[in-house]
Design a protein around this ligand. Structure first.
Ligand code: ZN
Length: 488
């Protein structure tokens, strides 16, 4: 496999040629959602970014095992190991089992991801299902002397680690800065240093999520799950670890430290991070009143939204920016994305109708090379999209008779748009789906009239409806569960 793909590695801070450890296999781990609320843009961006990576690496011929976890335990309200577990808190407020909360939001997350045409990962492990693996890893870290137990909790000894390895090599933070920047929070006095992080926390009596361990009945620290689960499913050293830039510190930094001690190696070869999203130039937050869920976008049901924006409009908008750039959402920008996407899909419809000529006056291979070059340059989707729009000019010129295209070139051009628009960028033509929805709605209405005629024993009317539909190419089949329709 000739390899031109370059990936920006957060740890080396430069683009590197992508050379998997064991080709043709690629292992990729991405930090997934903490499931205590509905999906929002902050969930959509990493999901779409790594969906693009997953799709393109597969397109290049690699066999990818993509692991994206679900955090259902251990993520406390603040990153300094204090506060209530986010899911347990929601469960307490709504009087539900924590697992009911997790399951409810996992299901809703999956629906949103399907709407955005994000492919499901190969494995989606849950933190609560891997307590044993996390305990085993913590035992190893304790045995090597890089953690200490106190009052039934276990903390990672960051200072000791930093003396031997460099803590902060991913995020560029140095220990001295951490010390001066961390506030001493209530209950933190049992740690040797405020920057130490929890591997295991003893559960307070009121805490519902708890498991037995050699140290106490308690629960794992947030960073433990990703180290334990990535090693379990991808090996101790794998190819790509991804996530949002907000996870660089302390989450990913702590993962490196845990793996380095437990497995004598860093977890992965390439670290990839997508940048953050702002709304009208502001950080998104519940307290700022600009917190918009994906369902709000799809229905337009939020005071900041002028209208509803379809899942593909959101996906296209996210892909129009490089994943390492910041991205600002506004109604104007979304309206522009909606228009652009419509133009692209209309161009593809025109492409299907083009008639070939004996010779070509346009250069299709150049367009294809440009698209691959852009993807190989650290998954530069905005440049791919710009090239696809350049291609639309060629399509329109051929359609207007100003340019000509041979049968072979026309085939390549159709392949190019299929590959890049649908397979790699993962866009779908929503107008097709809308038309189906309208037709299905109409058919359900017609079938209910027919059902009423049957109930009224008006069999001539019900037969007439069936026969007239058949003339239109619509076959109605009656069964125990009612009637269904198919196109002939
Ligand atoms: Zn993680």
């Amino acid at each position: 496999m000739e390899n031109k793909l370059q990936v920006y590695n957060t740890i080396s801070k430069k683009k590197e040629i992508f050379e998997p450890l064991k080709p043709p296999f690629v292992g990729m781990y991405v930090c997934g959602p903490t499931v205590y609320g509905d999906g929002h843009l902050g969930h959509a961006r990493p999901a779409i970014t790594f969906d693009l990576v997953y799709r393109y690496i597969q397109h290049l011929g690699y066999k990818v095992r993509y692991v994206r976890n679900i955090t259902d335990v251990g993520h406390l309200e603040n990153d300094a190991d204090e506060g209530e577990d986010k899911i347990a808190k929601k469960a307490r407020l709504e009087q539900l089992e924590p697992m009911e909360v997790a399951q409810y939001y996992i299901d809703r997350y999956h629906i949103n991801m399907d709407q955005l045409n994000v492919k499901r990962p190969s494995i989606e492990p849950m933190a609560s299902g891997h307590i044993i693996e996390q305990i085993e890893m913590i035992k190893k870290i304790l045995a090597k002397g890089f953690a200490y137990e106190i009052n039934g909790s276990v903390y990672f000894d960051v200072k000791k680690y930093n003396d031997k390895f460099a803590y902060g090599k991913l995020s560029g933070r140095v220990l001295e800065d951490l010390l001066s920047n961390t506030r001493v929070l209530e209950g933190q006095d049992e740690k040797h240093n405020s920057y130490d992080f929890a591997l295991w926390k003893k559960a307070q009596p009121e805490h519902i999520m708890r498991w037995p361990s050699p140290w106490s009945d308690g629960f794992p620290g947030w960073h433990a799950e990703c180290s334990a689960m990535s090693a379990k499913y991808l090996g101790e050293h794998f190819d790509i670890h991804g996530g949002g830039m907000d996870l660089l510190f302390p989450h990913h930094e702590s993962e490196i430290a845990q793996s380095q001690v437990a497995n004598n190696c860093e977890p992965c070869k390439y670290w990839m991070h997508n940048n953050m999203i702002t709304i009208n130039g502001q950080k998104m937050g519940k307290s700022l009143g600009n917190f918009i869920t994906l369902n709000d976008f799809f229905t337009g049901n939020h005071p900041s939204l002028e209208k509803a924006y379809s899942p593909m409009c959101i996906r296209f908008f996210i892909l129009q920016a490089h994943y390492r750039s910041t991205l600002d959402f506004s109604n104007e920008a979304l309206l522009a994305a909606e228009k652009g996407l419509k133009r692209l899909m209309q161009g593809i419809e025109t492409l299907q109708k083009l008639k070939p000529s004996a010779t070509s006056s346009c250069d299709i291979s150049k367009l294809s090379d440009n698209c691959y070059e852009a993807m190989d340059d650290d998954f530069n989707s905005p440049i791919v999209i710009a090239n696809l729009f350049e291609g639309l000019k060629i399509i329109n010129s051929i359609n207007d008779g100003k340019e000509s295209i041979s049968e072979k070139d026309l085939e390549s051009l159709k392949n190019l748009y299929n590959t890049f628009v649908f397979e790699i960028l993962g866009l779908t033509n929503e107008t097709d789906n809308n038309q189906f929805d309208v037709m299905d709605g109409l058919m359900q209405m017609v079938l209910s009239f027919r059902q009423q005629a049957k109930i009224n024993k008006d069999y001539s009317a019900s037969d007439k409806i069936r026969d007239e539909l058949l003339k239109l190419g619509i076959v109605v089949k009656d069964g125990k569960e009612g009637s269904v329709w198919t196109l002939e």
